[in-house]
Every structure is written in C-alpha cells, then in structure tokens.
Design a binder for this molecule. Structure first.
Ligand SMILES: C=CC1=C(C)c2cc3[nH]c(cc4nc(cc5[nH]c(cc1n2)c(C)c5CCC(=O)O)C(CCC(=O)O)=C4C)c(C)c3C=C
Ligand code: FE2
Ligand code: FE2
Length: 340
C-alpha cells in the first residue's frame, strides 16, 4: 500500500530574520486562540502591544542562531523528514509547520492531489498542550472541512511516557552524560498557568507542590506540567540519576501572566549559587533544536549561569535526526490510532 502518507508537523519559524517576517510570524502565532487563549478583542490588543517591540528583539535573537540553509528548527525537521522517508513504507512523507511558510493546508492539498487516501498526522510534541497539539489537529480539521478532502486520518498521541521516545532521549544524551556533570536540568517550554486550569475541571492542578506527581490518569492525560514531570522522572530513572542530581524547570515565559514554575531563569541562578560548576541542560519538550534551545539556553542561559558563579553549561542537543529517534518516531506513528 502506498496511499498512506505521513505528515510531520512542527511549530515553524519566520521566513527570514527580517523584522517584517518575524512580525508576520509572531502575529500569526500569537493570534492563534490556542496560544493566547483570550477573547479576540483582548487577544488583538495584547498581541498588538507585544508586536511593538518583540519583532525587533526576536529578529536579533533569530539572526544569532540562523544557519546558512535557514531556521535550525525547519532545517532539522527537513532532515528528520528525509531520514524517516525510507522507513515509512506506506506512502510519501510530508513536512508542515503550524506557523510561517510550509503550511498544513498546502501539505494536505498536495497529498490529496496525489491520490493519498489516508494520512498519519504527527504533531512533533512529546507532551500535550492546546497551544501545540490541539492547534495542529484543529488546523488539519479546518483544511479537511473547507476543502472537503476525502482523507482518513490517524493521529500521533503525546508520547511523553513511551519507551521508544525515552530510550531515544537516553541514547542521544548518553555521550554528554558520560562526560560527567554536577547537575542535570531538564528545561521544558513553559505555559501560562491558565492553560492548565482550563483543561482541569477537577480543580486538581497547581493545588500543591506535588499535585502533578499525584495526578490521576484523567488529569495526567491533559496536564502538560504533569506530563513533563513524568518524562523527566522516567528519563532520570533510565539513566540511574539520584534525587538531587537532576531537576525540572520551565522556560520561555512571555507577558505578565503567571506561567508554570519553577522558571528556568531562576533555577540557573539557584544552581550556580548552590555550587554547581558543570551544568548539563536538556530540553525534552522540543524534538528539534530551535531558538528556544540554542539562543535562550545555549547563549543567554549560559551567560546567566556563568555570571551567577557557574563554570560550564553544556546544552545537550535535541533528538534532531538521531537514528534511534528516527526509528522510534516511525514505530510511534505506525501505532497511531485512527482519529482526527
Ligand atoms: C503565549 C505564548 C506562547 C505559548 C503558550 C507557547 C507554547 C509553546 N511553544 C512551544 C514550542 C516552541 N515555541 C517556540 C517559540 C516561541 N514561543 C512563543 C510563545 C509561546 N509558546 C514565542 C513568542 C516564540 C517565538 C520566539 C520568540 O519570540 O521568543 C519554538 C521555536 C520556534 C523557532 O523558530 O525556533 C518552539 C519549538 C511549546 C512546546 C509550547 C507549549 C508547551
Ligand atoms: Fe513557544
Ligand atoms: Fe497538574
């Protein structure tokens, strides 16, 4: 059978590092109601305020990590697509981005035009959040509805606790773990606390220091923070780390709302002040290196850690195109349930 395509979807980047392209990208991204989940007039106002200064700052940050071939996130995702293509024997493998060029719409129309009957949609996010997984699924639904596409779908579910993902993470981190370190910080992308409360009708989330550790299966299914902690614990268990050798934090806070804690910025200071000299940082919410890992942690985070008294910050690369990740992703996608 060769009429069953795989569609990999990641977040996306601006078309270039120009301030105008970064503004266009940020506007599309932040106006997504799953990202800034406020009523349209308030969202429009807040995004317009963010767009006064942020495009120039972000353009500068993007320029510092941009590769000759383009955005690291996009280039690494294209390499992943190339590596998985020979393993996916059911049909073509396409790549789309939720924001910026390479839209989900163009990819699905291309596949439908080639006579594809079934698509496995793979949002490339290990942990579930409305601002990542849900928005990809909703965008695919919109395209199918508006273009009346006759496609059957399977959808990759969040794989934060799947052995294939965790084993690939261990294999990719092992060379760095073997070099020795004082502490391992697992820094996940943050989320406004509001996003967790919205998906938690039981009122369990953020009610105490251990709420995510004691989450019931129903809460865990929707709680991004609990899924991050679970990924981190399972990873630490696999590599035999003892409590105190590792911790979790959340990065990339934007705006004034309260985001989930502890914040990575605060942890970098605390760890340096506690005498950690060599710090390893992994970012397991991202499967490909991007501005959030390369610039926020690899440049600004390193500088901050050293200014606070630390000596060395080693940024462990994301899974990128690691062969074990490529084959893990193929297995996870083949197991994806029929659903959109
Ligand atoms: C309200 C704002 C944001 C939410 C919520 C959010 C959630 C979220 N994002 C990722 C993954 C990525 N985010 C990236 C960049 C990025 N994220 C935000 C804001 C929110 N993210 C902004 C404004 C930006 C752009 C960069 C900047 O100006 O700081 C990226 C990298 C993109 C790249 O081109 O390299 C990724 C990947 C997750 C996983 C997540 C929720 C859990
Ligand atoms: Fe983000
Ligand atoms: Fe929780």
């Amino acid at each position: 059978m060769t009429d069953h395509a795989l569609l990999l979807v990641n977040l996306g980047s601006p078309a270039s590092t120009s301030v105008a392209d970064v503004r266009r990208y940020l506007n599309q991204f932040l106006m997504d109601p799953y990202v800034i989940d406020l009523p349209w007039p308030l969202r429009r106002l807040i995004v317009s305020l963010i767009l006064l200064k942020r495009p120039a700052q972000s353009a500068h940050a993007y320029a510092s990590i941009w590769w000759p071939e383009g955005s690291p996130l996009v280039v690494l995702s294209q390499r992943l697509q190339r590596a998985i293509t020979p393993l996916w024997q059911h049909g073509p493998v396409e790549l789309a981005m939720r924001y910026g060029p390479l839209s989900i719409e163009k990819a699905l129309l291309r596949l439908a035009g080639q006579g594809i009957k079934q698509v496995t949609l793979a949002p490339l996010y290990p942990q579930f959040a409305d601002s990542t997984t849900t928005t990809v699924i909703e965008e695919a639904k919109r395209v199918v509805r508006e273009h009346k596409l006759a496609l059957k779908f399977a959808t990759l579910t969040p794989f934060y606790d799947q052995p294939e993902y965790l084993d690939a993470l261990v294999a990719s981190a092992q060379p760095h773990l073997q070099q020795g370190f004082d502490h391992l910080l697992l820094s996940f992308h943050g989320l406004p606390e509001r996003h967790l409360h919205k998906l938690d009708p039981s009122g369990h989330c953020l009610k105490g220091a251990d709420c995510c550790k004691n989450a019931s299966p129903q809460v865990l299914a929707n709680c991004y923070r609990a899924q991050c902690l679970r990924s981190a614990e399972l990873f630490a268990e696999r590599v035999g780390l003892k409590p105190g050798q590792w911790s979790v934090s959340f990065q990339s806070r934007l705006g004034r709302a309260k985001w989930i804690e502890p914040y990575t910025e605060a942890r970098l200071d605390e760890l340096a002040k506690a005498g950690v000299k060599k710090l390893l940082v992994m970012c397991p919410a991202f499967v490909a290196d991007c501005i959030e890992t390369l610039e926020e942690i690899g440049d600004r985070g390193r500088e901050q850690f050293q200014e606070a008294g630390g000596e060395e910050l080693v940024l462990v690369p994301c899974l990128n195109e690691h062969p074990q990740w490529v084959s893990a992703l193929k297995t996870l996608c083949e197991r994806a349930p029929l659903a959109l």
